[in-house]
Structure formats: C-alpha cells, structure tokens
Write a protein that binds this ligand. Structure first.
Ligand code: ADE
Length: 224
C-alpha cells in the first residue's frame, strides 16, 4: 500500500521543482508515494475566487475563509485520512513524527496564509497541527514540503540504501561524523589517516568519537 498525499495551498507552483527533482521525484516516479497539489481557489465559490477576508474583531491582515477549505477537504478525504495544518504554533516536527506519518495511507496538508485561518477549520476538520520550527514563514507551503521530504525517507524503497537511514543524524541521537572522498590530498588538506587504513574497528571508533565531539559542541541538549 503506498502513501497518498494531497496538498492544499494558494501557491501550488511553489512545489513544482520540489516534486520533480531529486530523491523525492524518483520516489514518486517509482510509485512509493503519490503527491497531488491543489490550488485552494478551485473551491472558491464567488466570481473573484476569494479565499480570505478581514478578521472579525478587527486587526491587521486577512484570514483564510472556511468555505473553500471545508469543501476541499470534504471532497478529498478518504476513510483513515489524517488532515494536517502547517502552522508555527503546531507540534514540532521530529524524526518520530515523520516516521509515524510515513506509515499512513492518506495525508492532507493544509497550508495556511496571511495572518491565519478561521478557527472553525482548526476545530473541526484538522486532526493535527505541525510546525517545522520556531520561525514564521510567509505561508505553510514550504513547511508542507519539508514535512513530506522528512517523511518520504522513512518509506521503504525511497532511499536507495537502507544503510543511509540507520547511520545518520537523529536516528542515533548523535550528529553525523565527517565524510571525505577522493582525492586523499586536496590543496594541502589531507584526509584523516585512519580512514585510509582499512581498519574497520578503528574507523568506527574514530567516527563515533567525532560524533560525540560534534554533538557536545553544537547540540549538547541531545546528549542529556
Ligand atoms: N507556516 C508559517 N510558518 C510555519 C512554520 N514554522 N511551521 C509550519 N508552518 C508554518
């Protein structure tokens, strides 16, 4: 069973390159996941294709209207679907959350815009709210892309080598060790001797020590 994803956004073209390129593009091509991007204005009912309006109670900015969002989700949702709203005040994205999303059968991502969306959307047809970090983007479309990229790597077959999953940062709670490739000497900088030694036990030991060193320096919180 492969994962189907629908993305609802006012800026669908922001995702063109993202979906076509790289490992994700290949995963879609190979049928490991299916991603459909929808312009929310498709579900606007007035002739100006409005999707936002002024906030009740006053204040700056515009608020996304409930009608197009309800209509879109009601049309797209299938039984067992998880409906996700991207927002800086949501649950922080983590590897565990990405892994949990990767085993679902159907996800709908709603990208918010302007100063927010009508609260009735969040109260009734959203199952989960996710933030990709403590900063505010102009809209949630890139945040949806980040969540999809992070979860796609947990779908079997998307990453060529299973090994690249187990060895990397955050699966082990340690940051990555440094990598080198040929040439062994470049502009006077040499690759650490141990990596050229062929001694796998020593290489593992060296890599682990570098991971601990880097984590202590950059992310001491991960060692607690
Ligand atoms: N929309 C705007 N900023 C966001 C963030 N940090 N995470 C998720 N959605 C967002």
């Amino acid at each position: 069973m492969s994962l189907a994803i629908d993305i609802l956004t006012l800026f669908p073209r922001m995702l063109d390159g993202f979906l076509a390129e790289s490992i994700l593009g290949k995963g879609i091509g190979a049928g490991h996941l299916q991603v459909n991007v929808h312009d929310l204005r498709t579900w606007s009912t007035d002739k100006h294709r409005t999707a936002d309006d002024r906030p009740f109670g006053g204040g700056a900015g515009m608020v996304m209207k409930p009608e197009p969002v309800f209509a879109a989700i009601e049309q797209l949702q299938r039984p067992g679907c998880r409906r996700i709203y991207l927002t800086p005040d949501g649950t922080p994205l983590s590897p565990g959350l990405a892994q949990e999303l990767a085993v679902q059968s159907h996800l709908i991502f709603l990208s918010g815009h302007y100063e927010g969306i009508d609260q009735r959307i969040r109260d009734t047809i959203i199952d989960q709210e996710i933030s990709i970090g403590d900063y505010v983007l102009t809209n949630g479309t890139l945040a949806a892309a980040v969540v999809i990229d992070a979860l796609a790597r947990f779908i079997p077959g998307v990453l060529g080598e299973e090994k690249s999953l187990t060895h990397e940062s955050f699966t082990s709670k340690l940051l990555d060790f440094p990598q080198y490739t040929r040439p062994a000497e470049f502009r006077g900088m040499s690759v650490p001797e141990v990596l050229l030694s062929g001694n796998h036990a020593e290489i593992e030991k060296w890599r682990h020590a570098r991971q601990v060193e880097k984590t202590r320096l950059v992310r001491p919180d991960l060692l607690k």
